[in-house]
Design a protein around this ligand. Sequence first.
Ligand SMILES: Nc1ncnc2c1ncn2[C@@H]1O[C@H](COP(=O)(O)OP(=O)(O)OP(=O)(O)O)[C@@H](O)[C@H]1O
Ligand SMILES: [Mg+2]
Length: 249
Amino acid sequence: MAAVTPLLETSVLSRSFGGLRAVDAVNFSLESGEIRAIIGPNGAGKTTFVSLVCGRIPPTSGAIRFAGEDITMLPAHRRVRRGIAYTFQITSVYANLTAFDNVALAVQRRLLDEPQEKASRPALAAATMDALERLGLAERADTIAGTLSYGHQRLLEVAMGLALKPRLLILDEPTQGLSDGEIDNFIGLVRDMARDSTVLLIEHNMPVVMALAGRITVFDAGRILAEGAPEVIRADPAVQQAYLGTAAT
Ligand SMILES: Nc1ncnc2c1ncn2[C@@H]1O[C@H](COP(=O)(O)OP(=O)(O)OP(=O)(O)O)[C@@H](O)[C@H]1O
Ligand SMILES: [Mg+2]
């Protein structure tokens, strides 16, 4: 069987903070088209790992390849151009702008990178409203982002990521602060997004993980503890010991 180049691959990727190995020699591989969940206890290194992938922080050692090319030294904004979008645990919306303007900025960033595409005002507005609608935020387009609920600010961040039409969309605990109804809607949305983008999802909410993930990677103490299909991971005694026993189910 011919080997397929993974969309994302890390080799012995490490990041230390002082004496702490937050990410410790991680070999990780993600195929194009997957929805992959990363789970693991607090402090396992999940956010640090995806921060390395998107270039928010540099690794201490190791390498990252995206679509077959080494991106280890590439600055974050150049990785965005290559199609890596992310939303983070700490919301990073522009609090003083409306929801519409936040998403419009992301759309504009994409249109700027596509010179053939006319970045006309109607095209910008249409793409912006489309992203807001998909997140169920259309009615809040004119709301100042800083006055949205925490959950809605998280959704707004996802809309901003989605507006970039990324090849890889990284979501760090996107359902935190959402109601049950909003979570159901979000699950449908991720399935929808996964038709165009590969999704890497850090999530503590196990029903969300089980509903979405094709495969699960379990982090513990900076390392990959286990990896596999949801049913296999759920039945894994080491995973239960490290994490599932304490996680909300
Ligand atoms: N900037 C930093 N400076 C120092 N230590 C850090 C920094 N960022 C993370 N750490 C430490 O690295 C370890 C991994 O943290 P990380 O945020 O990656 O965990 P996590 O798996 O995302 O946890 P959670 O589920 O709570 O979000 C933790 O011990 C954390 O305290
Ligand atoms: Mg985290």
